[in-house]
Ligand binder design. Structure first.
Ligand code: PAF
Length: 287
């Protein structure tokens, strides 16, 4: 296992990657907020597999948390994160302080219109400006690279992909499949917040998605019927309070009226104070 270098300064991290690229290396980048799980590790392995150098960032970004959210209690374990990163082939990690990332109150932010309006954007109005801004900063620190994001945060993946394209960033955004627990629950750093009862109930999201996608793939093409089934299945679990359930166009994230084109089924629900997201693509005939 190669040794891992932890960079606390942006300049040091940027200079290392500039040198690597100058000697011909390609860079794969995995941005994270730490408390890594197998989903992050799969992104790191993908970065390592397709590039000469796999690098990551670990930074809990205050800009993407609302005042009543879990910024101060967000789980952290740097030593374990570095071990997992090194084992996955990552050799350089940017781990800046908040002061290093935001030395002065930030006046410049990045907002992505339209695709941020619904779903996570409706529940968490400041969230995507915070994500887009920090990811734009990270992309400017890393420089030309492939950047790996999980499909679990499907809307985030769409937002970052669009931002990189709209702003002509020298970054290829790569979406990677959701990694799940054996019972289907999508891996998330926030799963540790669940009580035993909530944890036992949480796989309902995956079960509901699986059933609705199977119905679509078996020929049910009425989007309203599919959506109603998804709502009913989640409502049947008393620990879950549905936030949203929708079949969307996979590129615009607008609610779909038919299945003519790539579609994604999105769902989010509260389990106590913890909000969990999940999603699944439909490969219906003709899609
Ligand atoms: O998905 C995350 O962990 C964060 O939103 C990201 C992309 C690292 C930005 O802070």
């Amino acid at each position: 296992m190669a040794a891992i270098e932890v960079h606390e300064t942006i300049d040091g991290f940027r200079a290392t990657l500039d040198r690597a690229r100058a000697s011909g290396a390609t860079v794969g980048f995995v941005p994270t907020m730490g408390y890594l799980h197998d989903g992050h590790v799969s992104l790191m392995r993908a970065a390592k597999g397709a590039n000469d150098l796999a690098v990551a960032s670990i930074f809990v970004n205050p800009l993407q948390f609302a005042a009543d959210e879990d910024l101060s209690t967000y789980p952290r374990d740097l030593e374990r994160d570095l071990d997992l990163s090194a084992a996955a082939g990552v050799t350089h990690v940017l781990h800046p302080s908040v002061e290093e990332m935001y030395p002065t109150p930030i006046l410049t932010t990045v907002t992505v219109a339209d695709i941020t309006r619904r779903f996570e954007g409706a529940s968490r109005p400041e969230h995507f400006a915070g994500v887009a801004t920090v990811v734009a900063k990270l992309f400017s620190m890393v420089g030309p690279c492939r950047a790996y994001f999980g499909e679990k945060d499907f809307q985030q993946l769409a937002v970052v992909t669009r931002m990189a394209a709209d702003l002509s960033m020298p970054v290829e955004v790569v979406g990677c499949p959701i990694v799940r627990e054996p019972d289907g629950l999508a891996m998330s750093s926030r799963n540790v917040y669940l009580s035993p009862e909530q944890r036992a109930a949480a796989p309902v999201l995956h079960r509901a998605l699986t059933e609705v996608v199977a119905a679509a793939e078996a020929g049910e093409d009425d989007v309203a019927v599919l959506r109603a089934r998804l709502v009913d299945l989640v409502a049947g679990e008393e620990e879950a309070a549905l936030d949203y359930a929708e079949v969307v166009d996979a590129s615009t994230l607008e609610p779909a009226v038919d299945l003519a084109g790539p579609r994604r089924v999105l769902v989010a629900a509260h389990f106590g104070r913890t909000r969990l997201l999940d999603n699944m693509g439909i490969s219906a005939p003709g899609v």
